[in-house]
Design a protein around this ligand. Structure first.
Ligand code: NAP
Length: 305
């Protein structure tokens, strides 16, 4: 594969950015990769492991002269980073992000950017519960969806970014921001909230000792604990910035939960059996679509045929 951007700047050097470095290098998609992170500690680790070609001290220094700047910080920090880099952005450059929420990021970032750059938001549906510059790996995006939210961005700039994500192994789909946020509230954000809640509930059960929770941790609970180990800052920002869609899905979830609670109380075995038969069919549909996965990730793309 050939170089798509001569100089790529990654602002934030966590799981997603470090995986992008490995995936871009694997396919030779970037001439030069410059990275930066807020803390001196993370910048030092990135230098130590040779993550990028150059580690800049500030976001503005990293973005200066870049053809593509990707914001890889928590959703709540995107606006401040955009404000910092705006004065140095090269005319014709593309600014993108990898945030798990799209409308709030667009609202926070777009007002800072000059008209001379292309803003093309994106969200790779791939992740693990790990974070930081050491956690990345080249295969993270392989056969996973990346959703691009082009709005009215320049078609060539969108096509180039699509090429980058496809080159990093992803399937790419375009989507409106509000639809993205609703879809992700169903497939990722609310399931994460439920996992956090369930782990919290188990922790509250004083009759079950800590060691029993660990020792007899069955598959369901074990999976919840893995999801609930995800980065607290990232997930705090996701819920604060995708409030409406998450509350809508949580409302529906609560109604279903009450219906099941009543069926259990009333001994309504038929209702429970019908419900579980229906959900089992949904699971079969996901497997047939090639979207089953053991990874803590709710967005693997269909298998290539
Ligand atoms: P991560 O591993 O936790 O790394 C976060 C990075 O952001 C670090 O470089 C950190 O800097 C920096 N940062 C944290 N707070 C900041 C602030 N207030 N201002 C400026 N920089 C700040 O994160 P990640 O998992 O790569 O997530 C990055 C983005 O990708 C998020 O927007 C998230 O929604 C999105 N995303 C995550 C996943 C996932 O599963 N993890 C999947 C898809 C998309 P220091 O280390 O120097 O403090």
């Amino acid at each position: 594969m050939s170089v798509i951007y001569n100089r790529v700047a990654l602002i934030g050097l966590g799981l997603i950015a470090s995986s992008m470095v490995h995936a871009m290098r694997r396919a030779g998609l970037a001439g030069e990769i410059v990275g930066t992170s807020r803390s001196a500690e993370t910048r030092a680790i990135a230098r130590e492991i040779g993550l990028c070609d150059h580690i800049a001290e500030t976001a503005a220094e990293a973005a200066d002269g870049a053809d593509l700047v990707v914001l890889c910080v928590p959703v709540g920090a995107m606006g401040a980073v955009a404000a910092e880099i705006a004065p140095v952005l090269k005319a014709g450059a593309t600014v993108s992000d990898v945030g798990s929420v799209k409308q709030a990021v667009i609202d926070a970032v777009a007002p800072h950017l000059p008209d001379t750059v292309h803003f093309v938001p994106a969200h790779p549906l791939a992740g693990t519960e790990q974070s930081g510059p050491r956690s990345g790996f080249a295969e993270l995006f392989d056969n996973r969806w990346c959703l691009i939210v082009p709005g009215d961005a320049d078609a060539d700039a969108v096509a180039r970014l699509r090429g980058l994500w496809e080159g990093m192994g992803s399937f790419v789909e375009t989507m409106e921001a509000d639809h993205h946020d609703l879809v992700l509230a169903v497939t990722s954000h609310t399931p994460h909230l439920i996992a956090y809640t369930m782990v919290g509930v188990a922790d509250d059960l004083r009759r079950v000792t800590d060691s029993e929770v660990v020792k007899y941790s069955a598959a369901g609970f074990r999976d919840f604990t893995r999801i609930a180990a995800s980065d607290p800052t990232m997930w705090r920002d996701v819920f604060l910035n995708n409030k409406e869609a998450t509350l809508e899905i949580l409302g529906r979830f609560t109604e279903e939960l009450f219906a099941l609670q009543r069926a259990i109380r009333q001994g309504d075995g038929d209702m429970l059996h019908d419900y579980f038969t229906h959900t089992r069919a949904i699971r079969r549909g996901i497997i047939e679509a090639g979207q089953d996965t053991d990874a803590p990730n709710f967005g693997r793309a269909p298998k290539k045929t």
